[in-house]
Design a protein around this ligand. Structure first.
Ligand code: UT7
Length: 322
């Protein structure tokens, strides 16, 4: 039996904000943002758009692409740091909107920009254990709603969006042909101050704003994402060159280049959507994966890696035979 990714879907807000559209009061510019991050634009949720509306659209898209209906789903795992409400979970909002049968499980996972890897890891474990047969695994964010729009060192970096997978236990294939080969989830709580919000329900009763020590997070992102990927490859006797596609968290083009250099993989195998989406936290990996899938270049049997790192710090990676 293998745990396979059957389909991918995604959704973006209607509104695009180019670098040049950012408020003049930020004293930033297109040249600085492109040179330091690779970001050219980001999608920003407008009125009526929330994390759940984006998640619902992405999940619907993944269901269509799988050729199945909501009735075929028996679990929803949704990664987000920007839920519509403190509770209930966004996953239950998706369950209701799509008509996923009542009584199936639905929950949110919170590991910030590593959230999608954690969501895949949670779904993989539950599917493997036979607790569910087919799951919607979603990463959805409206990071724009927790940014300090007067802090140019953070607000230019993020965007909103959602991506979704249908994952299922398939007893007709084996791992030499298809499926999640391995996955690791890591965290180091001694680094919580490096990337955090300054508010929350139990402290300030507000959501707070995002703060980041950019240079330090950059260094850890390169070190920890490369480390996680190399550990997975080593464990299975693969070399970086055996991997056809790398789908990393999209925070900064310079991070992607540094990870590629550090693990010794050709940079052109690193999927990059950072220019168009900016950093969409838990949504960035599935958005990049859907982009890759839509190019038509991702083929059945290709070896691929997904990886992410974010607040916590929390990070992780997964090795997949597509
Ligand atoms: O998703 C979770 C993971 N997040 C990440 O992985 C993000 C990791 N960090 C980064 O991507 C980068 O560190 C940043 C993009 C955040 C910053 O790039 P940097 O090359 O590390 O720049 P810096 O923070 O050293 O800032 C350099 C200069 C500073 O000016 P001074 O002190 O040298 O005069 C900043 O004030 O750039 C200035 N600056 C800006 N200038 C124009 C900072 N933000 C801006 C801006 N526009 N938006």
């Amino acid at each position: 039996m293998s745990i396979v990714i059957r389909s991918v879907g995604s959704a973006l807000p209607a509104g695009v904000v180019m670098n040049a559209d950012l408020p003049a009061s930020l004293e930033t510019n297109d040249e600085w943002i492109k040179a330091r991050t690779g970001i050219a634009q980001r999608y920003i949720a407008g009125e009526g758009e929330t994390t759940s509306t984006l998640a619902i659209d992405a999940a619907r898209n993944a269901l269509e692409n799988a050729g199945i209906t909501a009735g075929d789903i028996d679990g929803i795992i949704l990664a987000t740091t920007t839920p519509d409400l403190t509770f209930p979970s966004v996953a239950t909002m998706v369950q209701r909107a799509l008509g996923v049968p009542a009584g199936t499980m639905a929950m949110d996972v919170q590991a910030v920009c590593a959230g999608f890897i954690y969501a895949i890891g949670t779904a993989d474990a539950l599917l493997r254990a036979g607790r569910m047969k087919r799951a919607l695994v979603i990463g959805a964010e409206t990071m724009s709603r927790i940014l300090n729009w007067e802090d140019r060192s953070t607000c230019v970096l993020f965007g909103d969006g959602a991506g979704a997978l249908v994952m299922e236990a398939d007893d007709t294939v084996d791992l030499d042909h298809r499926g999640i080969i391995d996955l690791q989830m890591n965290a180091d709580g001694t680094l919580i101050d490096m990337l955090h919000t300054d508010g929350g329900p139990s402290t300030t009763q507000t959501v707070g704003h995002l703060h980041m020590a950019g240079k330090e997070v950059f260094r850890h992102a390169v070190e920890k994402m490369s480390g996680a990927v190399l550990t997975l490859l080593d464990r299975h006797g693969f070399s970086p060159d055996d991997v056809k596609w790398y789908v990393p968290h999209q925070a900064n083009q310079r991070i992607l280049a540094a990870v590629a250099a550090r693990i010794g993989a050709p940079p052109e195998r690193f999927i990059s959507t950072v220019a168009h989406h900016a950093n969409t936290s838990a949504a960035s990996v599935p958005l990049a994966l859907h982009h890759l899938e839509q190019t038509g270049e991702l083929k059945r049997g290709d070896l691929m890696v997904m990886a992410g790192l974010g607040g916590g710090l929390a990070w992780g990676a997964t090795l997949v035979r597509w």
